[in-house]
Design a binder for this molecule. Structure first.
Ligand code: GRF
Length: 200
C-alpha cells in the first residue's frame, strides 16, 4: 500500500505540522506531505515547510475574517486535489472550512482542537478552560464538518489544569499532547485504506 498523502493547512507556527513531519521522518507514520497551504503570508508553517522541503504556498484568504472567500477556497481545493492529497490535516488553521473544500474532501478533513470537545469550542480554548475554573482540559482530534469544532471525535488526550497555570503554560502542556495524538490518529488512517476514501 502506498504512503498516505497529506495536505496540510495552517495559519501559525506549525508545531503540529512539525510533529507530523518528524513522525514520518522517524518511520512512525507511513505518509508523505504533498502540499502545505497557509492563509497568512508570513506564517511560521510556511517557513518550516520551505526548511523541510515540502511543496508549500500562500493563498490569499480574501476579505472575510473567519472563513475563506469562495474563490480562495476553490483555489485551495484545486491545489490540494491536483497534489493528490488523500486527507487534509488542519494544523492551526484559523478559519472555518466551508464549500467547496468540504465536498471535495468528504470525511477526509481532520482538525486538532486544544480542549476536550464538546467543551470549549472556538478560539483560545485553553484560556476558556482557565477562565471557567476547569481542573482538567486536553485536546481533541476530530473530523471537520460545517460546524465550529463539531465533527465526530477521533481521539482525545487529557491534561490537568494546575493551580498556578498561566494561559501559556497550560497551552504548552496541551500542545505536548497534541504532538503525540495527531500523528497517532494519522497512523490509523495510513494503516486503514478504507479511511482514505472517507469510508472510515
Ligand atoms: C493548536 O493548539 C491547535 O490545537 C489549534 O491551533 C494550535 C496550532 O498550533 N487548532 P501549531 O501552529 O500547530 O503550533
Amino acid at each position: 500500500m502506498r504512503p498516505l498523502r497529506l495536505g496540510v493547512l495552517g495559519s501559525g507556527t506549525g508545531s503540529n505540522y512539525r510533529a507530523i513531519a518528524e513522525s514520518i521522518r522517524d518511520g512512525r507514520l507511513r505518509a508523505e506531505i504533498v502540499l502545505v497551504l497557509a492563509d497568512v503570508e508570513e506564517a511560521g508553517i510556511l517557513r518550516l515547510a520551505r526548511e523541510l522541503g515540502h511543496p508549500c504556498r500562500f493563498v490569499a484568504p480574501g476579505r472575510f475574517r473567519t472563513r475563506l472567500e469562495p474563490d480562495a477556497e476553490r483555489q485551495m481545493a484545486v491545489l490540494l486535489t491536483d497534489a493528490g492529497a488523500d486527507l487534509l490535516v488542519l494544523a492551526g488553521f484559523m478559519r472555518m472550512v466551508k464549500e467547496p473544500l468540504l465536498s471535495a474532501f468528504p470525511r477526509r478533513i481532520i482538525n486538532i482542537h486544544p480542549s476536550l470537545l464538546p467543551a470549549f469550542p472556538g478560539l483560545c480554548a485553553w484560556k476558556q478552560a482557565l477562565d471557567a475554573g476547569a481542573t482538567e482540559t486536553g485536546c481533541t482530534v476530530h473530523y471537520v464538518d460545517a460546524g465550529m469544532d463539531t465533527g465526530e471525535i477521533l481521539a482525545q488526550a487529557r491534561v490537568p489544569v494546575l493551580p498556578d497555570d498561566s494561559p501559556e503554560s497550560l497551552h504548552a502542556r496541551i500542545q505536548a499532547e497534541e504532538h503525540r495524538i495527531y500523528p497517532g490518529v494519522l497512523a490509523r488512517f495510513a494503516a486503514e485504506p478504507g479511511r482514505r476514501n472517507g469510508a472510515g
